[in-house]
Design a protein around this ligand. Structure first.
Ligand code: AMP
Length: 459
């Protein structure tokens, strides 16, 4: 049973989904510059969450949008003299490349806002038709007064919502109302029933999720800064358009990556790009650093903390390399390893207990370190038999998959499809040998496979 903290409930609850299938949407980046390591914190956290869900047998469809039309992109393009869409797609490529280097590999589909303009227009039209949106000379706006639930995710009241608005457009009925469509005749613009223009920021996400998931789905994620107003606006748009509640069952938010207690952000200029970081540290060191704090808590970044992460990771990798070395040696004892197996079971139990508790990676890591310490001692004393060591390695390879780290550097990664195919060829050859009464060769194949922990049963 996995418990997940949902921002809406402000508490943990059991993850319940139909047929073990999860539709997950996480807000993607606005691509107007290189991504920084704060972005990476959020996307690595969700990558680990998805890995854990998959490990537990869930089939996850992970969708992310790419905001490729936005004020920030247009302003940056004005400065560089580039076409805004070209600039956005240049930085989108950089983002995808950064994610690949960080081993963030579980997004099934990246959906660009500009490739969903028809869906956006349709959703805005539905909101107008149902009386939740209105047109003015500057655009189309969502009428917040028609959606009393506005503020239910962030727990903000109407006064706060009103006071927080600056640069209010005078054509709006109420300062709280937000743009669904911005009228403009300069590039980039698209034709719509309300004239030329471009979508507001919030509507792209619900138009995209409705296209792929329908009006309701399982999990929505993003950084804490998106709760208000972005995620509130998403709830308002989709629940108003569909008449169905809730938009999603679980709202998951990551804490900030801070520098000296202040959120790392482009606007404050206190950021380090992923590219810059990877000039100094391996991607796994940053991943390990992210894992060492719970995804909802803030993390303070500094070079020193990253160096500590590097040293800690090296300790685990060293143990894994010792395991590989021991497995290749012929000096392993033939012992009853009951006590060691007990320790392994304890480790596995505590590791999964931590991960089941809202993906508590720092506790899972501390449990791992306890086991590594124990293992180092047993390896040094040459107490572990080959079969026990293979079982231990299997467990650590599961950790390797879930955390997305490379712990066993010299292990050949076997493509499972390929190994299944090879196995099927081998079993066919063995059947032919048996049919031809070549028992010795057939038995040799069975015994050799058994040495790889693959047991064949003759029927
Ligand atoms: P943006 O491109 O600014 O919309 O950000 C993309 C994602 O990165 C959002 O989910 C943000 O919440 C997240 N993000 C931005 N800055 C940070 C940070 N300093 N720490 C953690 N997540 C962040």
């Amino acid at each position: 049973m996995i418990n997940v903290y949902s921002t809406m409930l402000r508490d943990k609850e059991e993850l319940k989904v139909k047929e073990n299938k999860i539709k997950l949407f996480v807000c993607g980046p606005t691509v107007y510059d290189y991504s920084h390591i704060g972005h990476a914190r959020t996307y690595i956290s969700f990558d680990i969450i998805v890995r854990y869900l998959k490990y537990n047998g869930y089939s996850v469809f992970y969708l992310q949008n790419i905001t490729d039309v936005d004020d920030k992109i247009i302003n940056r393009a004005k400065k560089t003299g580039e076409d805004p869409l070209k600039l956005a797609h240049r930085f989108e490529k950089e983002y995808l490349n950064d994610m690949k280097r960080m081993n963030v590999t579980n997004v099934n589909f990246y959906a660009r806002a500009t490739e969903h303009i028809d869906e956006i227009i349709n959703q805005i039209q539905t909101l107008i038709d149902k009386g939740f949106a209105y047109e003015t000379s500057t655009g189309v706006y969502f009428d917040e007064s028609k959606f009393p639930d506005f503020g239910k995710l962030s727990n903000r009241n109407v006064d706060e919502l009103t006071n927080n608005r600056i640069n209010v457009d005078s054509t709006k009925k109420d300062p709280r109302d937000f743009a669904l469509w911005k009228k403009q005749d300069t590039q980039p613009y698209w034709n719509s029933p309300w004239g030329n223009g471009r979508p507001g920021w919030h509507i792209e996400d619900t138009a995209i999720t409705e296209s792929y998931f329908g009006s309701q789905y399982d999990i929505h994620g993003g950084g804490l800064d998106l709760i208000f107003p972005h995620h509130e606006a998403e709830i308002a748009q989709m629940e108003a358009a569909s008449g169905k509640k809730p938009l999603v069952n679980y709202w998951m938010h990551t804490g900030f990556l801070n520098v000296s207690g202040v959120k790392m952000s482009k606007s404050l200029g206190n950021f380090i790009t992923i590219k810059e970081l990877l000039e100094k540290f391996e991607p796994d060191v940053y991943r390990f650093f992210v894992l060492s704090t719970h995804y909802r808590s803030p993390i303070d970044f500094s070079d020193d903390i990253l160096k500590q992460a590097e040293t800690s990771l090296e300790r685990i990798v060293k143990t894994c390399s010792n395991i590989n070395e021991a497995l290749n040696s012929s000096t392993l004892p033939d012992k009853d390893n009951g006590a060691i197996i007990n320790q392994l079971d304890l480790f596995i139990n505590d590791f999964f207990k931590a991960m089941d508790d809202d993906f508590n990676t720092p506790i899972a890591l501390s449990v791992l370190f306890d086991f590594i310490r124990f293992l180092n001692k047993q390896l040094a004393d040459n107490n572990i038999s080959k079969s026990t060591l293979i079982t231990i390695k299997d467990a650590l390879m599961d950790v390797e998959y879930i955390f997305g780290l490379t712990l066993f550097k010299d292990t050949n990664i076997v493509d499972t499809d390929l190994s299944d195919d090879l196995l099927s060829i081998l079993t066919d050859v063995r059947s032919d040998l048996r049919n031809n009464k070549q028992w010795d060769l057939a038995d040799k194949i069975r015994d050799d496979l058994s040495g790889l922990n693959i047991d064949l049963e003759d029927k």
